[in-house]
Design a protein around this ligand. Structure first.
Ligand code: NDP
Length: 509
């Protein structure tokens, strides 16, 4: 029967008309399927290769395109072209959970990635942040350990609270981020209802070469809203793609989400004696010391037309810094400057930057050539080496050769951050709890911790959890201890063997 409204004739990947959309080629109606049905073979082979490896972290994400408009004059702080007043720059945003896999529920308690790619006239600038201003750890050498502790056990493949709390309590610099995570902002109502942060400290340089330290804040214009643990648990079952649906639906309906871009600026010389080490990613700069300054507005107004090509294959990297913006001594940032681009070379392929979503919209005159799936090439009269006498690209060393950088000296050592006057692992977590959270928010924080710890955390980790929260705040520590012990008294037999850590040798017997 003729199909209604037929489209064009089906072809294979090489433009050759396909024999059928429905039947494989066989030797007689009952005969074997023939190997030279090249269309069938291509179709099955292509299907087998439809996936690229998911990201090790931030695997489940959603994204959209939009525009960043600069409304204020900040030229005294940076000469970055796209940050000058009046500029409008196309942007791609990708929001994600961290620990969950591709199919995991959007509403699991987790930080949310807030990755941005600005297609500037000086090349692509990526700001790969989170919805929190801080992070769990201070040194990139701990990153694989940290992530493994939040993922799955080797034998059962299950996630495991005991492993999470074991790591967190052994590395107390996690306390600030964990307080945030266990609080209301640990489960945003939607991607639209959360702030974004560059999190790291960056260096801005103005046209005179003056240097400033900067922290980025993207304040949601939709208002901060969160889900309670019970609401999130319900949605994890009934609508696991809730946040993806919300973002796509809002933009499809013309309800474009926007964020106010604001920055904290620290004069270069202040860093040495600021009361907190300003490069430590587990600390914020108090907004009382360095108030936020408005820069512009980011609006998301266009959904992807193809999720795989435009969101899954989007590759963000903190190494993509444009003139006027540089890295800082934040060790986590310096580690990420290597690891993100490296992850994309593995995950997508060495020429990932050629894909339309990753390619710059500015002039490209690179000497890169060849490799798997390469399709861009320079004109045949462009030399393949530099320097050359035949008009090939040449680096402008005078303008771009020497970064403004920062002053440093000393021997090669492995060292923790230098502690400043008010630094301490639990200090800012305590401030967040005592000075920022409302009484209701404190109650929910304690309840969330108690629920989490009561589910599978065993000795000796459990006792360390009580100490950890007592160090954040004595009252909170007491609540956590009493709440967890009360839950355990209800569920554990009065006498009997002590609990065994899941995944431990004893548990396998
Ligand atoms: P401020 O009083 O100037 O700022 C408090 C900040 O806390 C605001 O940005 C506010 O965001 C945010 N906040 C409010 N409720 C919560 C919550 N339940 N969970 C997490 N954050 C919340 O104080 P300081 O700048 O001196 O910082 C004090 C503490 O506030 C810090 O130790 C840190 O934990 C937290 N904080 C600090 C930020 C910073 O960059 N300085 C940024 C965010 C949090 P909003 O305006 O959206 O309500």
């Amino acid at each position: 029967m003729a199909e209604l409204n037929p489209g064009p004739i089906t072809t294979n990947n090489h433009g050759i008309p396909a024999g059928s959309d429905n039947q494989s080629l066989t030797q007689g109606p009952q005969g074997p399927v023939l190997l030279h049905d090249h269309y069938l073979i291509e179709k099955l082979a292509q299907f087998n290769r439809e996936r690229v490896p998911e990201r090790v972290v931030h695997a489940k994400g959603s994204g959209a395109f939009g525009v960043l408009e600069i409304t204020e004059d900040i030229s005294r702080y940076t000469h970055a072209e796209f940050l000058q007043k009046g500029k409008k720059t196309e942007v791609l945003a990708r929001f994600s959970t961290v620990a969950g896999e591709q199919g995991s529920p959007d509403t699991w308690r987790d930080p949310r990635g807030f990755a941005l790619k600005f297609y500037t006239e000086d090349g692509n600038y990526d700001l790969v942040g989170n919805n929190t201003p801080v992070f769990f750890i201070q040194d990139p050498i701990k990153f694989p350990d940290f992530i493994r502790s939040q993922k799955r056990l080797p034998d059962s493949g299950l996630r495991d609270h005991n492993m999470q709390w074991d790591f967190w309590t052994l590395r107390p610099e996690t306390a600030h981020q964990v307080t945030w995570l266990m609080g209301d902002r640990g489960i945003p109502k939607s991607f639209r209802h959360m702030d974004g942060f560059g999190s790291h400290t960056y260096l801005w340089v103005n046209a005179e070469g003056e240097r400033f330290w900067v922290k980025y804040h993207f304040k949601t214009n939709q208002g901060i809203e969160f889900l309670t643990q019970a609401e999130a648990d319900e949605l994890a079952g009934s609508a696991p793609d809730h946040h993806r649906q919300d973002l796509f639906g809002a933009i499809a309906n013309g309800d474009f989400p926007s964020w106010s871009l604001e920055v904290q600026i620290m004069p270069y010389a202040d860093a040495e004696n600021y009361r907190f080490n300003p490069f430590d990613l587990t600390k914020v700069w108090s907004q009382k010391d360095y108030p936020r300054i408005k820069v512009g507005t980011m609006t998301l107004n266009r959904n992807p037309r193809n999720f795989h090509s435009e969101i899954e294959l989007a590759a963000f990297a903190p190494s993509n810094l444009v003139p006027g913006i540089e890295a800082s001594p934040d060790k986590m940032l310096l580690g990420r400057v290597f690891s993100y681009a490296d992850a994309h070379r593995y995950r997508i392929g060495t020429n990932y930057a050629e894909l339309p979503v990753n390619a710059p919209k500015s002039q490209l005159s690179s000497y890169s050539k060849e490799g798997a799936m390469r399709h861009h090439y320079n004109s045949p009269d462009t030399p393949v080496y530099a320097p050359n006498s035949f008009g090939g690209p040449h680096a402008d060393e005078e303008r771009y050769g020497n970064p403004a950088g920062w002053d440093t000296s000393g021997d090669q050592i492995r060292s923790a951050y230098v502690k400043h006057a008010e630094d301490g692992d639990f200090v800012q977590a305590g401030i967040l709890y005592r000075e920022v959270m409302t009484e209701d928010a404190k109650e929910r924080l304690a309840a969330n911790i108690i629920g989490h710890v009561s589910n599978g955390v065993v000795e000796p980790v459990r006792s360390r959890v009580f100490d950890y929260w007592t160090n954040v705040d004595a009252e909170l520590g007491k609540k956590v201890r009493e709440g967890v012990l009360a839950n355990l008294a209800e569920t554990e037999p009065a006498a009997g063997p002590s609990p065994v850590a899941p995944g431990s040798e004893a548990a396998k017997i």
